[in-house]
Design a protein around this ligand. Structure first.
Ligand SMILES: *[C@@H]1O[C@H](CO)[C@@H](O)[C@H](O)[C@H]1NC(C)=O
Ligand SMILES: *[C@@H]1O[C@H](CO)[C@@H](O)[C@H](O)[C@H]1NC(C)=O
Ligand SMILES: [Cu+2]
Length: 238
């Protein structure tokens, strides 16, 4: 009895862990950058990815963990330019309803002291739902489910500086109980670009939208909506 209870709790924990996910590596302009592949502390190689403690979801858009899944620093920084092609990879991902959004944060100074605070976050890429139904699989997260990867191109004109890149998946398969999954990596952008978004594209994380935003809190099984609008500001392009 005790043993079978223990077994079912253990099985539940394994099932829960396997139902989630986190970015575990990046490919940038053809070079692979390892990320964290297990819960911290990690025994893997140094990474450009800010170390995440676990890949459980964050449930509130105002929770500080929604920023970079708790990661605050990384030993390495990838060297990139405007136009660099960045693929984030997940070892596992199971949810197919919800958007993918890719964000940059312009660090005011050096990368070590870059804490993601203030209105310096903007989107460079996103995919919500391309066709109904809401509980179908025409979603950004369904692409991640199929490919375990998401590829974006840095805006060509992006001005030089230190940035965080943040890959965010929102899993919306549970009614009115959104799950945020986001990890960050460190980038140094070089080149002669001068482009930067104007204020309307910039926001802060956590709290880039209200928890009650219909792009955040939805019931994909009973809502009659046929379209979906990603929460937060519009995607910035050059
Ligand atoms: C980025 O460039 C700097 C300076 O050349 C170098 O020290 C660093 O190792 C590079 N970063 C990576 C992740 O290769
Ligand atoms: C969706 O439409 C059905 C049928 O018209 C209606 O009964 C139901 O209340 C609607 N659901 C919502 C959440 O508006
Ligand atoms: Cu999950």
């Amino acid at each position: 009895m005790l043993i079978s209870t223990f077994f079912s709790v253990a099985a539940l924990l394994v099932a829960k862990a396997s139902a989630h996910g986190a970015v575990t590596s990046y490919v940038i302009d053809g070079t692979t950058y390892p990320g964290y592949e297990g819960f911290s502390p990690s025994s893997g190689p140094p990474t450009i990815e800010r170390q995440w403690p676990d890949y459980n979801p964050t449930f509130k858009i105002t929770d500080p963990k929604v920023m970079c899944n708790g990661g605050t620093s990384a030993p390495l920084t990838a060297n990139v330019t405007g136009g660099s092609v960045i693929t984030a990879k997940w070892q596992q991902w199971t949810h197919q309803q919800g958007p993918v959004m890719v964000w940059l944060y312009a660090c005011p100074g050096d990368i070590k002291s870059c804490d993601g605070s203030g209105n310096h976050w903007f989107k460079i890429d996103q995919m919500g739902m391309t066709a109904p139904p809401l509980n179908g699989n025409n979603w950004g997260t369904a692409v991640v489910f199929k490919k375990l990867a998401w590829t974006s191109t840095l805006p060509k004109c992006l001005k030089a500086g230190n940035y965080l890149i943040r890959h965010e998946l929102i899993a919306q398969h549970q009614a009115n109980n959104p799950q945020f999954y986001a990890e960050c990596a460190q980038l140094q952008v070089t080149g002669s670009g001068t482009g930067f978004p104007t204020a309307s594209f910039l926001t802060h994380i956590p709290g880039y939208a209200l928890q009650s935003d219909p792009g955040v809190t939805i019931d994909v099984d009973t809502s009659n909506a046929t379209t979906y609008t990603c929460p937060g500001p519009a995607v910035w392009t050059c």
